[in-house]
Design a protein around this ligand. Sequence first.
Ligand SMILES: [Zn+2]
Length: 416
Amino acid sequence: MRRLRSTSKIGSCPCCFIIPPHMLHRLATSGDPALAETAGRTLRETQSLVAFRAQLSTGAPSPAAARHKGLRRQVFDCKGSSDLPGNLIRSENGPASRDKAVNEAYDNAGTTWEFYSKIFGRESVDNHGKALVSSVHYGQKYDNAFWDTRQMVYGDGDGVIFQRFTAALDVIAHELTHGVTQFTAQLAYQDQPGALNESMSDVFGSMVKQWALGQTVDQADWLIGAAIMAPGFQGRALRDMANPGTAYDDPRLGKDLQPGNMKDYVQSSFDNGGVHINSGIPNRAFVLAAKAIGGHSWEIAGKIWYHTLTERLTGTADFAKCAAETVSVARDLFPGDASIAAKVAKAWADVGVLEEASPATALANVSAAYVIAPRMMEIAAAAMPAAKKKKASPKKAAAKSSRAASKKKAKSAGGR
Ligand SMILES: [Zn+2]
């Protein structure tokens, strides 16, 4: 298990950014004065945004609240300022702009909305028809894009490592999925629940791109953010869901830190407990499950993950809880094909969250072919407060998982 130490910490995150703080810190100390200046400014603005957005209220709409039907988009232009939302440039059914970023924000938000509507019958991020508001050209060479609990915001990037953040459909779908999580599971933006929050955004971000391109699981590249990387960047993308830890190796940005297995789980005080780092583990579990099942990711694996996110998970869910629920949902949604649940369980075993039960256990209970892996139990026990740890047996600790620690640390849900 690797440990990372931070020199500064961004606390519970009510805004969800596509570029995590450890990447910006690395750029800020890269020795390249222009990149360091831009990354440093992005980090400072990020901290003040987080502090401001923490005051906003963000619960799910009441079931009785008014529902709007249909797609409603608005795109604003900040013209290099940090004042949101900026000037309204394009509205639903309005003419296209001469500005590429405006049209990309409009089109990619529309594709994401259509995906959720056609595949899952969801009416916008809140299922109540919330208007999709985007602001482009935020700040000066701003190195990020984010969902601020109410709208999407896009910077233009430094032009060397990152370029126009509106260019990637998977980035826009990733950020809007933070909105879906905000209005459903409300996964806390810390430690394993936070890494699940990030993973759900990558899973549906990639799925929307695959759906738009008509790709099967074998045709998909499983990359996140390939289209926002500038020509000077050394790597393929921000993250590689199929091969976590291999997306980039850049002298200014460092190496991709994502693990793809619980044995490499990173205990970090950075990035809200490594939410953009350890998300590699559930990301890879989804890819393995989707590939084992085959076809289009949104048809079976995507339905299982969507149902799990919107109906089964709550704010403190950890990887083991997500594994158990996806297996259970696979059985419930596809009762006629037991191989689907078995493939989902094997995917979680292949990333070290579950492991195959001993023959004796498996024979005694045919439904318990997999149990929680020892490494997962150790990490869950380590996350418990000291007093409880003394009393609790490892088995009990595993059962309770990391809920106690998550509760204590995470006051705000991801996307909130
Ligand atoms: Zn995110």
